[in-house]
Unconditional design. Sequence first.
Length: 236
Amino acid sequence: MLDLLRLCLKQSVELNDDEEEELNDDGQEELNDDGQEELNDNGQEELNDDDQEDTIRTPNIPSVTELHQAGVKFQLGSTKHLLEITFKKGILKIPLLAIYDTTEGLFRNLLAFETAHGDGCYINDYIIMMKNLVVTANDAELLVQNEVIDNWTGDSQAVSNFLRNLDRQATLDAKNFRYSDLVQDLNTYCRYPLHKWKANLKQNYFNTPWASISVIAAVVLLLLTIIQTVCSIIAL
């Protein structure tokens, strides 16, 4: 009788162990499956977020005023190709942009045609580039003074408004932005302290002949004062 009871208890314990192992295995598999699915979903969402960010991120394009303060010079581009904006040796060359009352409608039609046919983003990227260059009326005025913009509206603010209105219809694709290298070169130039120092010196202290003479006279006077002080010390 005792042997029979021991046998029944042993079988009961073995059954409990088997059931516990089966539950642990099933639970572990379910957790692994859920964890894997969660990781996959999170990874996919992160990839989608990165792709979305690349599509909508605005490039860090410095304005004309910022470039001017960094010593960049503006010249009328020699090419007749409107989209051919180049930067070399501190000179930004932009082909002539003539602005009339009808120019905005013309660019809207070109942008709509380009979008509908999906044949590149040439006009689209040009509008984004120019809009970020010309942010204020002062930006527009600097380009007018350098004969890059031929403004027939008579209002510099109207130029920035014109580009801002067009930019609302343009869509930036940061990965395929045709002026990415140009923007990178401009930002690299602006970050160099010596360029800003030279530009500040020229624009604020040597912008007119009289200002140049005043600075030179001040430097000569300072040198004479130093020489006089040294001579006085030696005489003692």
